[in-house]
Design a protein around this ligand. Structure first.
Ligand SMILES: *[C@@H]1O[C@H](CO)[C@@H](O)[C@H](O)[C@H]1NC(C)=O
Ligand SMILES: *[C@@H]1O[C@H](CO)[C@@H](O)[C@H](O)[C@H]1NC(C)=O
Ligand SMILES: *[C@@H]1O[C@H](CO)[C@@H](O)[C@H](O)[C@H]1NC(C)=O
Length: 469
């Protein structure tokens, strides 16, 4: 139905218009934008039982991992994921959209692309983690903005959200392609633990010192188990870094001990840096592209080349296929701000966990707590004045080493410490699909992380992220 040459020539015309408009509207010259980054506090009624809370975060990290490894395509919207009552242990940023600007918080997520907000006063959110009174949900109201536009079906940007051949489904536009009012079909996005759906808008994104017109943003009408909104920072066209043409962005994640406080650190968006220079004090490793751009498209993720993992200086013999993505697109290691606890496939996780068990001889295993939290191993440190555990280190391609401070891989509850990493426990074959290792935000606390998109590298250094007044 999209075969007539007329269609493709008008399509090229629209493309041309689009590229012209990009040239003229192209926002960023050179500037650095700083947005305060604060810990999400999406759970207004934290469970008094901290073990239960850890168990919850472990479950959510795991279902997120399952999803990242096996992202549902839009045709599989009936797929069910395990759902949990609280949100991710995530980090949020406030962003302003519209004319005049309306400001709402967004979860910072490097593992997805679309930026979306709750939209309309009648936003329907099932099992969501903000106050049950729906009038308290921070929502964007398009009719209060003079710059809101519905994204058109024939707009090539519609292909960012749907597959690029979505235009062939713009039935109303077949006869009158140039003057067609059909809108881009509604989206439904499935995350590791939740869903959202709505329609796409073009709206002005109003950042400090930078206004970006015609930014594609999702206007969600319903969600299930979602935080307030999500700012997708992945590698696809619809993500915030792609739409802004960022050369880099960086963040420093506050320690989780500031959960639910007013403290913030900085997310830095760099639109125009042409410098190839490395930032002082950072260790760099190349960002890898997934070699397989097929049906299971993992190209949105930030892959890094993991060379090895060591526990207390002892190398873990993890098979290569888990450390780097293979030619079929499976396996490999990604870095993700939207996952809380690091995920590892069973085979790698067991090697790491067993190595801790082998090396930690001064404390008793706390099997009862392992059962309650779903985390392992856990050790009872009751009666110890000081604690000491083997160092956990990730060694990356290019020589960069991520040596984690103890607080980034062991969580202390009362007298028990547990390793804050998860697995699905199956002796997983890599054909299982998707990344084998997902480095989550718990492991990135108090690290300055720089995503250098122009030079395709990830830089990091350990520092305190709590140095803002
Ligand atoms: C989710 O919401 C439904 C009602 O919409 C409720 O019956 C159910 O208990 C909730 N589940 C959880 C785990 O909160
Ligand atoms: C576009 O469509 C509108 C209404 O559908 C019509 O009034 C207008 O004349 C059309 N414009 C062109 C250039 O065809
Ligand atoms: C930890 O060990 C102490 C002393 O043996 C014991 O009293 C306590 O119950 C243990 N804690 C847990 C959570 O098992």
């Amino acid at each position: 139905m999209a075969s007539p040459p007329k269609f493709s020539s008008s399509f090229s015309f629209v493309l041309l218009l689009y590229f012209l408009s990009l040239t003229y509207l192209s926002p960023p010259t050179s500037s650095t934008v700083t947005v305060p980054l604060s810990l999400s506090h999406f759970n207004p009624n934290p469970s008094p039982d901290t073990f239960q809370k850890l168990n919850h975060i472990a479950s959510v990290s795991l279902s997120r991992a399952k999803h990242i490894k096996n992202p549902p395509s839009l045709s599989q919207i009936t797929t069910k994921e395990p759902l949990f009552s609280h949100s991710y242990g995530g980090y949020s940023i406030p962003l302003s959209f519209g004319t005049p600007p309306q400001t709402i918080p967004f979860l910072l997520d490097t593992g997805s692309d679309l930026v979306w907000f709750p939209c309309t006063h009648r936003y329907f959110c099932k099992n969501c983690s903000f106050p049950s009174n729906p009038t308290n949900i921070p929502s964007f109201i398009p009719k209060l903005s003079s710059s809101s536009k519905l994204l058109g079906c024939v707009n090539p940007k519609c292909g960012w959200i749907h597959d690029p051949d979505v235009q062939s489904r713009c039935r109303d536009c077949e006869s009158d392609f140039k003057n067609c009012s059909q809108i881009c079909p509604p989206y439904i996005i499935l995350y590791g633990s939740g869903t959202t759906g709505g329609i796409a808008l073009e709206e002005t994104l109003d950042l400090p010192n930078l206004k970006v017109p015609d930014f594609v943003v999702g206007c969600s009408l319903f969600s299930q188990r979602q935080p307030v909104g999500i700012a997708g920072f992945g590698r696809g066209s619809a993500s915030l870094p792609s739409q802004l043409g960022l050369s880099k962005f960086s963040y420093c994640l506050l320690s989780r001990k500031f959960d639910d406080s007013e403290k913030s650190s900085d997310l830095i968006l760099d639109t125009g840096s042409t410098s190839d220079k490395k930032t002082e004090g950072l260790s760099y490793t190349p960002l890898l592209k997934n070699p397989f751009a097929g049906k299971n498209d993992f190209s949105v993720y930030y892959y890094v080349g993991l060379r090895r993992i060591s526990v207390g200086g002892k190398k873990i013999k993890a098979p290569y296929k888990y450390l780097n993505p293979g030619p079929d697109g499976n396996g490999g290691t990604i870095i993700d701000s939207g996952t809380t606890f690091t995920y590892m496939v069973g085979e790698v996780f067991n090697l790491v966990a067993d190595e801790f068990v082998n090396q930690v001889t001064s404390y008793e295993r706390a099997i009862n707590v392992e059962q309650m939290t779903k985390l392992r191993p856990c050790f009872n440190i009751s009666g110890s004045e000081t604690v000491s555990f083997p160092e956990l280190k990730f060694h990356f391609k290019g020589g960069a080493e991520l040596a984690l401070p103890l607080a980034n891989y062991f969580s202390i509850v009362n007298d028990v410490v547990c390793l804050t990493m998860v697995t699905d426990g199956v002796l997983s074959d890599v054909s299982d699909g998707g990344p084998s290792i997902i480095l989550g935000n718990f492991q990135q606390q108090n690290f300055y992380m720089e995503y250098d998109l122009r030079k395709e590298r990830l830089g990091f250094r350990h520092q305190s992220c709590n140095n803002k007044n």
